[in-house]
Design a protein around this ligand. Structure first.
Ligand SMILES: Nc1ncnc2c1ncn2[C@@H]1O[C@H](COP(=O)(O)OP(=O)(O)O)[C@@H](O)[C@H]1O
Ligand SMILES: [Mg+2]
Length: 273
């Protein structure tokens, strides 16, 4: 990015900001955002989740909550579910009506979500970005003090190609990439327990190595992950000991460690066992 850099003013009370992006939609960005937020909360962090996918706000459905937020003065109060503070366009525009807003309005609504919401004191605010590398993503990460970004991809080449673009976008605006999550990496065949590579194998790790970013781990294509999302009870609620949830906790631990290592400004946060 040439030209002048915009100031990235801190958000009062919010210690770290973790953006979850992807090159493509449908790769599991919201699934990762929601389960990462819940796993971090279960590990003792105070966590908020901002659904910045204003055209496709799926956080309310996946978190199983559809209330209307209230305001105190001019501060919007986030909703709270499973110990995580939440804000989503889906709370303000319920139902199936599509939003037909354009760039400037979108940018101002996202700024409202960042700075007009009473987030309180948070160790981390997780942001579920819209898919892709367009204007909305750019303006958000250029104006928000993003500590680091996670890029979600499947192992398929079309998804990886777009994930590389997302990594380039974060680099251009000088946002640290915490790593790649490879979602839908494999399926365990019922009965035999055999690992089936649905979308190819190892692409996420190879891409991470080639681009010099950490590889945060693989998540299986697992019916219970989809059911958890569709039913508003994400799989991470089952806890770290559940093998279908464990991958999200492994990612959460690495993310907490990385943002702590990089957070020279604040006190380090501890992980509860
Ligand atoms: N690892 C997984 N196993 C099974 N289903 C998954 C997995 N990850 C995501 N899904 C499902 O795939 C669909 C798309 O995921 P979603 O998180 O909405 O993607 P995105 O936010 O990138 O568009 C959802 O129905 C979700 O439940
Ligand atoms: Mg989504």
């Amino acid at each position: 990015m040439g030209g002048g850099e915009q100031p990235r003013l801190p958000i009062d009370g919010v210690r770290t900001l973790i953006a979850v992006g992807s090159g493509k939609g449908g790769v599991g960005k919201t699934t990762v955002s929601v389960n990462l937020a819940l796993a971090m909360a279960a590990l003792g962090q105070k966590v908020g989740l901002l659904d910045a996918d204003v055209y496709g706000p799926n956080v309310p459905l996946m978190m199983g909550i559809r209330d209307t937020p209230t305001a105190i003065g001019d501060r919007i109060q986030p909703l709270e579910q499973y110990g995580v503070s939440l804000m989503s366009m889906g709370f303000l525009n319920p139902g199936d009506k599509p939003l037909i807003w354009r760039g400037p309005m979108l940018n101002s609504v996202i700024q409202q979500f960042l700075r007009g919401v009473d987030w309180g004191t948070l160790d981390s605010l997780v942001i579920d970005l819209p898919p892709g590398t367009g204007d909305v993503q750019l303006s958000l990460i250029q104006t928000a003090p993003v500590t680091g970004a996670i890029v979600v991809t499947t192992p398929s080449e079309v998804s990886l190609e777009d994930a590389r673009k997302a990594i380039q976008m974060f680099r251009q605006v000088r946002v640290d990439v915490l790593g790649i999550v490879e979602n839908m990496s494999y399926m365990i065949a019922p009965g035999t327990g055999e690992k089936i590579d649905v979308f190819g194998q190892g692409g996420g790790r190879r891409t991470a190595e080639a681009m010099g970013v950490p590889f945060l781990g693989e998540l299986a294509l697992e019916p219970q992950i989809r059911i958890g999302g569709d039913s508003g009870r994400p799989i991470a609620l089952l806890g770290e000991d559940d093998p279908r949830a464990a991958g999200f906790y492994a990612i959460a631990r690495q993310v907490i460690q990385q943002v702590n290592a990089g957070a020279s400004k604040g006190p380090s946060i501890t992980i509860e066992d």
